[in-house]
Design a protein around this ligand. Structure first.
Ligand SMILES: CC(C)(COP(=O)(O)OP(=O)(O)OC[C@H]1O[C@@H](n2cnc3c(N)ncnc32)[C@H](O)[C@@H]1OP(=O)(O)O)[C@@H](O)C(=O)NCCC(=O)NCCS
Length: 166
């Protein structure tokens, strides 16, 4: 039975390298299934990156490790992840489409905000996709600049800068 009941994920730190494959799969699925509702196939390919999963995942893994990356887990399965960079940028917020709309992003962002406050970061910033803007708004962010010309791999993929005062 498909259920839309609210999830209460456990939030924990990213583990290298165990979490690299699952977070990459979620990144791909969130763009190809969720964000594809608001972007064209060409924009989706540009953002997700055309082609197979890289044979060498060390670059993906090291970027997750360099940031403060949290994962959300339900029944020992990773269902989403988010990160925080030292300057307050939330660079990543991706949720498995099968767990979407059930509070996973809210749980991740609540923990990211807690970490940012503990570090004395006054404001969070993100470059939100059109898919994510309603969720970020609901989570306390406001649009500070539209970015209609944002380009990824040569393709225009409009997004918006959003900020949240802590
Ligand atoms: C954006 C994304 C991370 C949201 O994850 P999610 O787990 O489905 O979000 P949540 O269920 O925690 O929703 C958070 C809040 O936003 C609201 N919300 C989410 N999507 C919404 C929408 N499209 N319209 C209105 N409100 C929305 C929810 O109702 C919820 O509010 P509540 O907690 O007060 O009920 C997910 O859809 C995703 O991965 N999108 C594709 C990838 C992407 O664009 N990532 C961002 C990169 S910048």
């Amino acid at each position: 039975m498909v259920t839309t009941a609210r999830l209460h994920p456990d939030i924990r730190g990213y583990r290298s390298p165990d979490d690299q494959d699952k977070t990459f799969e979620i990144f791909q699925a969130a763009i190809r299934q969720t964000a594809s509702q608001v972007y064209t196939p060409g924009q989706v390919d540009a953002w997700a990156g055309i082609g197979p999963r890289p044979a060498d995942m060390s670059d993906w893994d090291s970027r997750r490790r360099r940031a403060f990356t949290l994962v959300a887990e339900v029944d020992d399965t990773v269902v989403g992840f988010a990160d925080l960079l030292p300057d307050g940028l939330v660079d990543m917020l991706f949720v498995d489409p099968r767990a979407g709309g059930r509070g996973v992003a809210r749980a991740l962002l609540t923990s990211i905000k807690g970490e940012a406050r503990a570090r004395g970061i006054p404001e969070l910033r993100t470059l939100a996709s059109r898919s994510a803007q309603p969720a970020f708004e609901r989570l306390g962010f406001t649009i500070t600049a539209e970015r209609p010309d944002n380009t990824v791999r040569g393709v225009v993929v409009p997004n918006a800068e959003m900020r949240c005062v802590l």
